[in-house]
Design a protein around this ligand. Structure first.
Ligand SMILES: [Ca+2]
Ligand SMILES: [Ca+2]
Ligand SMILES: [Ca+2]
Ligand SMILES: [Ca+2]
Length: 331
């Protein structure tokens, strides 16, 4: 039996507290634990959009706090399209290109912050790029981009940090490439960066097959936001999309069927400004919708896409006990 003296047990306590703190606040997988989304998905550009990807392109941004000066790595889990995890269409013939951009305008360029891969969305300096097809070496395994100097990103005064852009594009084929990202300080082990974040303006992802799993995204409501409009594509009528804030649960967002967009709008209350909303994707119980890929974006009253952060700004919104539940009437 090991007997700990006071200072030893205090030391172990501190280590445990630090571990919990690091694991809780700096978790940087994409999708993040709070989102409960199994995988990102990007289809080859010869696929039908009815498989659930509207544009065969996914853009994510990674934010590094300005005081962080060590090299960073952006890692992709299962970048190949074949073997396990991925969605086959007759046979695997899909090529996905992952490209990382930094430097001036990689994020501030307007086209880079839209929801369509058009215009100058590949703005900035191309830092690294790699194409993956069927590749057993990277099936259920990580590929590591980097090291990058954080200062190779674009500096943002608003975020007080450097922004990198990752574009995943299905450049050939018709299958669904499922994958995840991780922003790490180490090439081999996944070690989060204190204060690091990821965000996107249009999220294309795979839902769980199991109805009891609820997925979330957390758009941030900036000062000046009057209303938000939620867009969803190829939802396959898979249950409901509920919006939760500190003051309400808003049920009845319009949901889409096969291969179409649906959208609906609601006004923002003062208490919701400067916080994140929680959009909950609640699957229908029966029959379970399997392999459901969906696209989600949220716009403000000016039609500007709002960013979703993988770690919601201000934390996951917790509603108050006196919450009101609102239903939208069908138009
Ligand atoms: Ca195929
Ligand atoms: Ca795979
Ligand atoms: Ca994959
Ligand atoms: Ca779908």
């Amino acid at each position: 039996m090991i007997v700990l003296n006071d200072s030893m047990s205090r030391y172990i306590q501190i280590i445990l507290i630090q571990f919990v703190f690091v694991a809780g606040l700096f978790a940087q997988p994409v999708p993040a634990p709070d989102e409960n989304i199994p995988y990102l998905v990007t289809f080859g550009n010869k696929a039908e959009t009815s498989w659930g990807d509207d544009d065969f392109c996914q853009v994510f941004f990674f934010l590094i706090p300005k005081d962080f000066e060590d090299p960073i790595y952006i890692k992709v889990y299962d970048p190949d399209c074949g073997g396990a995890i991925d969605e086959i269409n007759v046979y695997f013939n899909t090529t996905t290109e992952f490209s990382i951009y930094g430097g001036a305008r990689c994020w501030t360029e307007e086209d880079a912050r839209g929801t369509e891969p058009i215009g100058n969305y590949k703005s900035g300096n191309l830092l690294a790029s790699k194409k993956f097809g069927v590749d057993p070496e990277y099936d259920e395994a990580w590929y590591t981009f980097g090291p990058f100097n954080p200062k190779e990103g674009e500096f943002s005064d608003d975020f007080q940090g450097y922004v990198f852009k990752m574009i995943a594009e299905g450049v050939d084929g018709d299958d669904g490439n499922l994958y995840q990202y991780y922003l790490s300080t180490d090439a081999d082990i996944n070690i989060p960066i204190e204060g690091g974040k990821a965000f996107t303006y249009e999220y294309t992802f795979r839902m769980w097959n199991t109805p009891e799993n609820v997925s979330h995204i957390y758009p941030y409501v900036e000062e000046g936001t009057v209303s938000v409009r939620q867009w969803n594509f190829d939802w396959d009528n898979d249950g409901g999309i509920h919006s939760l804030s500190v003051v309400r649960i808003f049920k009845g967002n319009k949901v889409s069927g096969e291969d179409v967009w649906s959208d609906s709008e609601f006004s923002i209350k003062p208490a919701e400004i400067g916080k994140s909303l929680d959009f909950r994707f609640v699957k229908k119980q029966f029959p379970a919708v399997i392999n459901n890929n969906v696209v989600i974006s949220v716009q403000n009253q000016f039609g500007e896409a709002m960013p979703f952060f993988n770690i919601p700004i201000g934390g996951v919104p917790k509603y108050q006990p006196m919450i009101t539940i609102e239903e939208i009437k069908e138009e």
